[in-house]
Design a protein around this ligand. Structure first.
Ligand code: ATP
Ligand code: MG
Length: 790
């Protein structure tokens, strides 16, 4: 015996109930954050099973993440019992994998079919494959990079355009080449019996278009389709839903076979909020939700307006920010949870001060007994920002976990960088040596390593010694020998820097630059590699801070540091990092079950809620991201992200910014986020104001000058680095840094001709954003970038 109808509708308001019991026509539930969309979708599934006697196997529910899917399934099981297990609650990708494992042998592309045990290629696999394609086609690697090609291919797939479509529509030589790469890439995937992530969706749609009888099988099976976070679907995902649920299917393909008996469309329910569309960079199309009523002509819409998550103060703040976006449907969210506490704002001296503020406030909240650490979330715009929070939290014993990202010191690029440094201090460190011997790729492959190993064993010497005497290694190819000798020379040169007592931060920067590590990341078009650059910039900042003042570092326990010791060297730095990295391993679960503070980026926070939220790094150039500053469309996406962030909070919201924030070890002075100006003044209780901050600015940061009363425009371009010439002088640039202005034309060794769009920082910390046309806009650290002013 299942739950009664009343039980299933308990705790729902009228429009929510209407959505749960709705029958027939496609249903769109549009509503602002926290209005119960996900709750309604979950209850509707239970209602379908329990009241409308739908077979659980006839239900397909789509969520945005696997975690959300697991939660939803659990919730439905709680309501209607174990039989709910066989329903499909999954992401688009998982659903398509299940369909394709069964059906892919049906698809026949030019006679070469797929087997149902196909592999799924991840980003790294794709990149390797595309590199092979570039070789096949003999493409000039300076003009055509695998990352850029893959991005283009991904867009094609999200638009459901196969290689033939792309070839047919190519309008110029560039597009013809891209289309050719797409064609070869697909052929190679097929030969490898592999699909990439975008293929999963595109192939399923093509399958349904080309084989109406297969489509009808699934239409017959899935009588109910429900989609959460509909605003973040792309065109291919939309088409898939359309194939399953539309009355008249019209989009392309050799169409409906009159022989095949048509099945009534499935009942469709989608829920979403156009104001929370934050994945345009992955092809999400906000129009899918705005055009729903056109796409499904007899659709019904239900609007939810009551928010059950947040206090009125938090909601008013959220409404006010999102109200600055143009061309959106105005909606007024309200809450009867009362006004609640005011928002607390804090202007920090720098990012450490910000992290200390956050942990101090969490301490207060938990001491009062009103909240537990598990009630608290700290949000930031980019992954790299977690590092300072992690260090401060570790030092203060605040239990935390980082969601949706690898902990800072476990990240690949950080481990690579530290492996280099360890090798410099201790050449016998085989693990580190082997880790970076061919990282970045420098043509020292497994064969070469085997030859060197053989020498080490024969002569009973260390691996490093064997590398130095590689000319004696039996069977080593001449090319490998040259590569190894180059590597040994590089390491020895860097070691002499260390022996000469060079500062850890300078050693680190030089190592990253000279090893080619930075260049490899800079030249990549993989968005992940941009994150890696940000993380390495963070690590340089850590080293610089340590070198400047080993006692004051955020992770330093003053008792550890012997006053009056000699200047800290690289060894001391590595020791410090090892300690932090080790403390980093503390398990997530707290013995007293108080939970742990959650650290995550704003993007991963979608759909979640927390009693207490800290929204940090509210600075122009950080959030909104520097990429979005000159672009209205991107700025609006950042603003939606801010809306998502604010609306995660149930009771308390804290907002903060840092006056000075380090990147690449150089403090840069960012003006407050424009989103702060969009909050109603009377809702925010500023603990420290902008004006006070100006007075308190420390003379050592401004090189003896005062910031004065900066104008908004002046602040925007201000960089503390500009007046910190000593920092620049200290790091001894290895080459002349070109002095550039926006508008200048430059030539880059790999990217070719470009135009300078923007500049940040100065001296050897100067970073230029340069538009290289089809290569896109790159942010390059001028000190290392091979650019020449024309
Ligand atoms: P988002 O847009 O952030 O995904 P949402 O619209 O999906 O939000 P839910 O997460 O479903 O909103 O609900 C927000 C909170 O409000 C949840 O804690 C949910 O349990 C609660 N809630 C929803 N509807 C009601 C209601 N009628 N009565 C009481 N609480 C409710
Ligand atoms: Mg939701």
């Amino acid at each position: 015996r299942g739950p009664s109808a009343e039980e299933l509708l308990a705790g729902l308001n009228d429009p929510q109930r209407a959505a749960v019991v709705h029958e027939g026509a496609p249903l769109l539930v549009v509503a602002g954050a926290g209005s119960g969309k996900t709750r309604v979708l979950t209850r509707r599934i239970a209602w379908l099973i329990s009241e409308r006697r739908a077979h659980p196997g006839s239900i397909l529910a789509i969520t945005f993440t696997n975690k959300a899917a697991a939660e939803m399934k659990e919730r439905v099981e709680d309501l209607v019992g174990k039989r709910a297990r066989i329903m499909w609650v999954s992401t688009f990708h998982s659903a398509c994998v299940r369909i394709l494992r069964k059906e892919v042998t049906t698809l026949d592309f030019g006679g070469v079919g797929f087997k149902s045990n196909f592999s799924i290629y991840d980003a790294a696999d794709q990149k390797r494959l595309m590199t092979l394609v570039c070789n096949d086609l003999d493409l000039d690697p300076r003009r055509y990079q695998p990352g850029a090609l893959l991005h283009w291919v991904s867009n094609q797939k999200n638009e459901l355009r196969d290689p033939e479509d792309a070839t047919k529509d190519a309008r110029n030589h560039l597009e013809e080449t891209y289309a050719a790469a797409y064609t070869t890439y697909q052929r190679r995937l097929r030969e490898a019996n592999a699909l990439d992530f975008d293929d999963l969706i595109m192939f399923t749609v093509h399958l349904f278009q080309q084989f109406p009888e297969v489509r009808e099988t699934y239409r017959r099976r899935f009588r109910h389709v429900l989609v959460d976070e509909y605003q973040d679907t792309n065109h291919a995902q939309y088409a898939l839903i359309h194939q399953l649920c539309a009355d008249a299917i019209s989009d392309g393909g050799p169409m409906v076979d009159p022989e095949v008996e048509r099945v009534e469309p499935a009942e469709l329910m989608v829920v979403g909020d156009a104001d929370q569309s934050i994945y345009a960079f992955r092809g999400a199309n906000i129009r899918n939700i705005l055009d729903f009523e056109q796409d499904f002509p007899n659709a019904t819409s239900i609007l939810l307006e009551q928010n059950y998550r947040s206090t009125q103060t938090i909601l008013t703040a959220a409404n006010s920010v999102i109200g600055h976006n143009k061309g959106r449907k105005e909606k007024r969210l309200w809450s009867d949870a009362g006004d609640g506490d005011r928002i607390v704002g804090y202007v920090a001296d720098d990012e450490h001060d910000e992290a200390r503020f956050v942990s101090g406030e969490i301490d207060k909240l938990t001491d009062e007994g009103r909240f537990r650490p598990g009630d608290v979330a700290v949000f930031y715009r980019t992954n790299a920002q977690s590092r300072v929070f992690e260090e401060v939290f570790i030092r203060l014993g605040m239990p935390y976990k980082v969601v949706g990202g690898v902990r800072f010191y476990e990240r690949r690029e950080i481990r690579d960088a530290l492996a280099y440094l360890r090798l410099l201090v201790n050449p016998a460190d085989q693990v580190s040596l082997r880790r970076i011997l061919n990282t970045p790729k420098r043509g020292i492959g497994d064969r070469a390593v085997a030859c060197v190993n053989a020498l080490a064993e024969r002569d009973r010497i260390t691996f490093w010694e064997a590398l130095r005497r590689a000319e004696d290694a039996p069977g080593l190819a001449t090319r490998s020998l040259t590569q190894i000798q180059g590597f040994v020379a590089l390491v020895e040169e860097l070691q002499s820097m260390v022996d000469g007592g060079e500062r850890p931060d300078v050693v680190l920067e030089t190592t990253l630059a000279r090893s080619g590590y930075l260049t490899a990341l800079e030249e990549s078009d993989d968005p992940q590699d941009e994150t890696r650059l940000e993380n390495l910039a963070e690590l340089v900042a850590v080293a610089r801070e340590f070198a400047d003042d080993p006692v004051a570092g955020p992770s330093a326990d003053p008792a550890d540091v012997d006053a009056g010791t000699v200047a800290p060297g690289l060894g001391d730095f590595l020791e410090r990092v090892a300690l932090v990295a080790d403390a980093d391993q503390i398990p997530d679960d707290d013995p007293e079950d108080q939970g742990v503070v959650t650290l995550m980026t704003l993007h991963t926070a979608k759909g979640l809620e927390f009693p207490v939220v800290f929204l940090t790094g509210l600075e122009d150039g950080v959030f909104p991201h520097s990429r979005a500053l000159g672009d209205q469309t991107e700025l609006e996406e950042e603003r939606r992200l801010a809306y998502v962030g604010v609306t995660r909070a149930r009771e308390r919201l804290f907002i903060s910014r840092a006056v000075v924030r380090s990147a690449w070890g150089a403090p840069s002075h960012n003006p407050g986020s424009r989103f702060l100006d969009e909050l109603p003044v009377d809702l925010v209780d500023w603990r420290r104001t902008e004006a006070a901050q100006t007075r308190w600015s420390r003379p050592d940061l401004s090189g003896g000058q005062h910031y004065g009363e900066p104008t908004a425009a002046g602040r925007r371009n201000f960089s503390a680095a500009a007046v910190r010439a000593d920092a620049a002088a200290r790091s001894k640039p290895s080459r002349e840094i070109p002095s550039l202005d926006p508008g200048d034309r430059v030539l880059h060794d790999s990217f070719g001709l470009g135009t300078v769009v923007a500049l940040e920082g100065a001296g050897d910390k100067a970073v230029a954003s340069i538009d290289f046309g089809s290569e896109g806009v790159k942010r390059l650290l001028l000190r290392y970038a091979p650019v020449e002013k024309l």
